[in-house]
Design a protein. Sequence first.
Lengths: 289, 388
Amino acid sequence: MVVQLLVTGIALGSMYGLVALGYHITWVTSRTMNFSQGHAVMAGAVVAFAFYVGLGWPLWAAVLATLVILAVLGIGLERVAVRPFFRVASPAWLLSTIACGIIAENVAMLTFGKDARAFPSALTQKPILVGGAGFYAQELLIPVVGLLLMGAVQFFYHRTAYGKQLKAVAYNPEAAGLMGIHIPRAVMCAYGLSALLAGIAGVLLAPVLNVAATMGTIIGLKAFAVAIIGGLNSAPGIMVAGLGYGLVESFVAGYLSTGAREIIGFALVILVLVVRPWGLLGSRPARRV
Amino acid sequence: MRRITLLLLVLTIGCVLPVASRAGEPIKIGLTAAVSGGSAASGEAIKKGLQIAMDEINAKGLLGGRKLELVIRDDEGNPAKGVTIARELVEREKAVAIFGGLHTTVALAQVPVWHELRTPYMGVWAAGTEITRNGKSPNFVFRVSANDDYVDKFLVRYATDTLKKSKPGLLLENTAWGQSNEAGLNKYLGPKNIKPVGTEKFNWNDPDMSPQLLRLKNAGADHVILVGNAPEAAQVVKSRAKIGWEIPMVSHWGVSGGRFAELTGDLSDGVVFFQTYSFFGKQNERGQYVLKALKDKYGVKGPEEIIAPVGVANAYDGLHLVAVAIEQAGATDGVKLRDALENLKAEHKGLIKTYKRPFTPDQHDALTDEDYVLVVWKGGQIVPVAMK
């Protein structure tokens, strides 16, 4: 039982972490984020389904097309729902991104349909059983890709010049602008990357969660909780928090009850907000006097 | 002055009404169901069943040549919306009988409206026990569908008498529907001196059910009784395979729709559940007719392409029963129609069964556990199971 709960928790947790990285990417650049990151994941899954199952494209082509479309959607989202508010330092992006998510969900319902559909994957046909515990190969792929992407994001922001530029925008947009960084382009780029990540998450989660217009809401919400717990400006923090959150969920459901799962999970968020508002591994913001 | 205006108004309406209901006018039948959102497929299925029956009835005409006309309103599965629609269908559209959809919550909210407006309601999907057993007298609510109470009796009887199992693990949706079935299952397990070894819940869109299943497994369950809809039931079946637990699974009818087979592949093999009707296997005369009509009218090639078949079958029989009642009452007045439904004299050869006085003052469910068909998923198809 312990092994199975461990495996389940890691699989779930890495999903949350993977989705939560999307919040991190835009946050470190612009101190804004797409509150509908879950819906972006849904869009990734639905678009991939349309190419792969609907049009019968080979998987690699379908994934490539999905990532391109998602990046474009992310850039569009920034233009429409973030830039007008970012410019005047208004927090209205919060509502406008939620609105875009609701629109996306309803567009998906109209075009894709209302039923959940299966995303065929060779990796979810038969579970692998090891010592009384089982998992689907796809569930193993998610943490691996999650950690790789975390590493990539970390490398991009800390080791590349352009990544550093993006980060600089968040610290002080005015100074960054004066140093020759094109701020709107930087923010746009972050949103494109974030949506791209959501596309990858969508393709990876689809075979496990099935594709449905409503699949984004819960996963987006839990990923947000994970991002808060881990620290919005720390990619490793988010992955660690994701795994931790998944494990807590799985063990609470296994040993206490399913009903207690959400209560304890979200109570943790409040606890972290009280004790360490900047997150487990996030950096404490410098106080301006 | 205002009183006189009011009086004039009443008089005018009084004069106009008899004219409006003259012979030759269509008789309006209302439908309140979810035709958008996650349960849209159920509303579509009901619509098809009603339309096929209506074409048949209209070929002959009712009450000397009057035709039926369908008025559809989308309640979106929202009880508040359902109440507004109920009034609109009766007061504005002048529908004489109303059909209802999948959501028990909507159907329950509408019950007082039917009684206030004295309009008969025919439920053809939602299975909540209190919809028909609502404590009203005279009762305006009828149903040609499952009733949770009979379902629970049916599932328990199959598990204990046919499978000879005595350690049920209950796995239920964390909603009012799950809760009412928890009570129902315990009601029928009790007299057999059986107590569930565990009762586990899951939420909508839960991605993984292995913790719940593990708890039931560790508690020593020898079969699982499942109450949930297709997307969640699919995750249950996938998680069951993951923890490698070969266990008989008996389910409420949620697994019949929503592409359960596509979502689970071979993993759904052996999940036993019930339907009010199965279009698979040998068909009676009506069955052949409905299959042909589905093909001609909607391009449905065979039983495997009928999405939400119970909606089609229940609605088809339901409308025929209403038509029989209209003929017997000789009128479309709500009270007379209700009385006729409760005392149907003619025997009606329907799709699901032959109805002999299907409704009485104490029985507003035309179908009981005796009429349910036990079926099982096999290779992505629903196959009937012979019940011993």
